[in-house]
Ligand binder design. Sequence first.
Ligand SMILES: C[S@@+](CC[C@H](N)C(=O)[O-])C[C@H]1O[C@@H](n2cnc3c(N)ncnc32)[C@H](O)[C@@H]1O
Length: 225
Amino acid sequence: VGPGDPELITLKALRLLKAAPVIAYPAPERGQSFARSIVAPHLPGGQEEIVIRMPLEAGAFPQDEIYDWAADVILEQVRGDRDVAVLCEGDPFFYGSFMYLYARLVLRCPVRVVPGVSSLMACAGVSGVPLAARNDTLTVIPATLPEPEIRRRLAATDAAAFIKVGRHLGRLRRLLDELGLLDRARYAERATLTTQRVMPLGDFTDEIGPYFSMVLVHARGEAWR
Ligand SMILES: C[S@@+](CC[C@H](N)C(=O)[O-])C[C@H]1O[C@@H](n2cnc3c(N)ncnc32)[C@H](O)[C@@H]1O
């Protein structure tokens, strides 16, 4: 369903979403589903909804029993000849939670994966930071990795996108500063939503960012240089 702006959904996803008699989506244990809120303006009404509630906070591991349950419920609908549109924020195969359902369903019923606009593209766009050019390598680095591992990955790449920044923000900023990369790093939070914030990482002094935040850095400062 894209990174947040309801207009950043593909025509294909929109068509399938509107046509499906059933939709399924992840949601926190309490509160609203982010994926569903993105497409809420598009929903035709009258669809059956399968809410897959689970702990979604950073670091929570996929919950096997919940995914087993959700796959069974979805399969039951499919066997009753009802298509189910499963919503996933961004792109489903770019760190998307949908892949845990995919693993459980793909051998049991037809599954079609619709690529989406991922947060990587969204954050680059709103930050005005082209990700990579010519023979550049771009590395996606979960900020949750231990520091030596982050240093190793950074040393071997031209450009990096840090995802899952959240509570690792302060640590990451200090590391980039030490490596002389802070003035080349941009911070983007809730990209493409009306609440988005984008700024040079050096200007954002908080120790903790929200879960939906990313840091982009290019060793040359700008990919085209
Ligand atoms: C589990 S991954 C899901 C990625 C998603 N499937 C995609 O294609 O963008 C979650 C991470 O993606 C990044 N993210 C997702 N949406 C974002 C947004 N709107 N703004 C900034 N970062 C976002 C954050 O780094 C977050 O921790």
